[in-house]
Design a protein around this ligand. Structure first.
Ligand SMILES: Cc1cc2nc3c(=O)[nH]c(=O)nc-3n(C[C@H](O)[C@H](O)[C@H](O)COP(=O)(O)OP(=O)(O)OC[C@H]3O[C@@H](n4cnc5c(N)ncnc54)[C@H](O)[C@@H]3O)c2cc1C
Length: 502
């Protein structure tokens, strides 16, 4: 086996000594394993601290953090005087270092905000000025001719564009996985499948999180529970704010349209949304969306004909080559919107309980800066921070079989025959990569899909789902009937035979 592959396995594999002790007193318990919780876990793993992250789903990153546009926003969008504005630009600048240390897809491909009528040009100037005052570099206003020269697929009606080279795209779920793999490798414990159902505090100020699996005791708690952060705060008597879910539907387009636009493209934004975008994802396919509609149900991730109609009608106005017939997959995510629309980050009336709530867009962009802000707050609240002498910032690079040269593929397959067996034909993912995903914590079909891309191609899992299930079954020693698509009761096969009910 190649040393690169060995290194990957050594670092990413869930540590054999990761044990959860019922009576352990942790320094910090983080509630929520989205990109915010994972970034905080990793930032704290630099210190000599006992840290645990508690997640209700069976996998990390299965909340809003896997269902977003994956944009690292340029840094000029949110208004001055807001936490969103401050942390968007601070976070934006941290992604190159993160990308260098962790192994996830990220590229700064730039963004273009479009004016479709002359009266929208002052809006572009407003955002350019806001960015310049914040220190965002490289902002330029292009006239319509320049816009079409750079992006020939855009409509003739485009009057001007604000170009920002600081914007980029990331594989959001890969970022979550890499952050938590790094945190784990540096000693953070992770407890999945464990919704926090109650929070108590004893006379010594120690918090106890009550979960279905076991209680978790900690001196400090960080609430990073996304759309449920208001409920977690209320459990602890640590805040009466309200979080409302604002749903965004997204539509992934066929590879045929790869390269139609190079940059992230969107019209001038409204008060509630950055508008509907065309996003060249890190993997090269185009995505269009999102909508922005308040919903009551915090688990409502449905897509709709109305959402699709709204998105494709909006996109056609500036990118006429895109049609709903190109859609191969769709999903929806929920923005966690606090009253006032800003992030809520800080200590609460319960000493030691820190809220990190209302992290709607640009939460992904801001996540590394939010994590540093939380470390500083914990320190101010009395948590001693001593750098860990064993901290390792880098994690091994994954071997992506599909991106190797034919020569290297032959060599890898000779070293380990599992490289030679392709699990997912559309995306050319080897069985070895699927097994690595299972070693690193994937427990469901979606866990494998988001860690490896197996199932994301044109056939959407038609070929590889069964093979991934067989590997989950054999590697974890569980029956096929125990395997789910995304946890809960999303089982795929049942052990009843026709006639059993008769
Ligand atoms: C459609 C859409 C597009 C977006 N696009 C962008 C973008 O392009 N760029 C950008 O910067 N931002 C974007 N965002 C915003 C970004 O996705 C979020 O800010 C970010 O993902 C929030 O991360 P989080 O960790 O706070 O939330 P989540 O990912 O939702 O994580 C919270 C976690 O807490 C867990 N949890 C909840 N309750 C409990 C409990 N009781 N016990 C234990 N765990 C619990 C959940 O299961 C979940 O895993 C977008 C959002 C949406 C919806």
């Amino acid at each position: 086996m190649s040393s690169q592959a060995e290194d990957w396995l050594f670092i990413r594999k869930i540590p054999a000594n990761e044990r959860h002790f019922d009576r352990m007193l942790y320094d910090v318990a983080i509630v929520g394993g989205g990109v915010i919780g994972c970034a905080i876990a990793r930032a704290l793993s630099r210190m000599q601290l006992r840290v645990i992250l508690v997640e209700k789903e069976c996998e990390i990153g299965f909340g809003t953090s896997k269902s977003n546009s994956g944009i690292i926003h340029a840094g000029y969008h949110a208004p001055h005087g807001t936490l969103k504005g401050e942390l968007e630009w601070a976070g934006n600048q941290m992604w190159d270092a993160l990308h260098d240390e962790l192994d996830f897809g990220f590229v700064r491909n730039g963004e273009l905000m479009l004016a479709m009528t002359p009266d929208q040009v002052p809006t572009l100037e407003h955002y350019r000025q806001q960015g310049v005052e914040r220190g965002v570099t490289g902002l330029e206003i292009w006239d319509g001719e320049r816009v079409r020269r750079e992006e020939p697929a855009l409509a003739a009606e485009v009057v001007a564009g604000l170009y920002a080279p600081t914007a980029g795209v990331v594989n959001p779920y890969e970022a979550c996985f890499s952050l938590i793999d790094s945190a784990r490798a540096n000693g953070v414990e992770v407890l999945v499948d464990s919704p926090v159902e109650g929070i108590t505090r004893d006379g010594d100020g120690v918090f106890s999180l009550l979960t279905r699996q076991r209680p978790v005791h900690a001196r400090f708690v960080v609430n990073a529970a996304g759309v449920f952060a208001d409920e977690i705060a209320r459990m602890a008597g640590a805040g009466s704010f309200r979080i409302r879910p604002r749903k965004g539907e997204e539509y992934l387009l066929d590879k045929r349209l790869r390269g139609l636009v190079k940059r992230i493209i969107f019209p001038c934004p409204t008060a509630h949304s950055k508008g509907i975008l065309v996003i060249p994802t890190y993997d090269g396919t185009l995505m269009v969306g999102p909508t922005a509609v308040f919903v009551e149900d915090k688990d409502n991730r449905t897509t709709s004909a109305a959402g699709s109609d709204e998105i494709f009608a909006a996109v056609r106005r500036f990118a006429p080559g895109i049609s709903e017939r190109d859609c191969i997959a769709e999903f929806a995510g929920l923005r966690a919107v606090a009253d006032g629309e800003d992030f809520i980050i800080g200590p609460s009336e319960q000493k030691g309980f820190i809220n990190c709530a209302g992290i709607q867009s640009p939460g992904l962009t801001a996540s590394p800066a939010i994590a540093e802000r939380i470390v500083a707050i914990l320190h101010d609240e009395g948590l001693e921070m001593t750098p860990s002498p064993t901290y390792r910032s880098h994690i091994g690079k994954r071997v992506l079989f599909a991106s190797q040269s034919l020569e290297d593929q032959v060599r890898l397959a000779a070293e380990d025959s599992r490289y030679g067996r392709i699990g997912c034909r559309c995306e050319q993912i080897s069985e070895r990569e699927i097994i690595e995903a299972i070693y690193a914590g994937a427990r469901t079909l979606d866990g494998i899909k988001f860690r490896t891309r197996a199932g994301m191609g044109r056939c959407q899992g038609g070929f590889c789902s069964w093979r991934s299930m067989q590997l989950l079954s054999s590697e974890l020693g569980i029956p096929m009937t125990a395997i789910t698509k995304r946890g809960g009761n999303s089982w795929i096969v049942c052990d009843r035979k026709e006639g059993d009910d008769a």
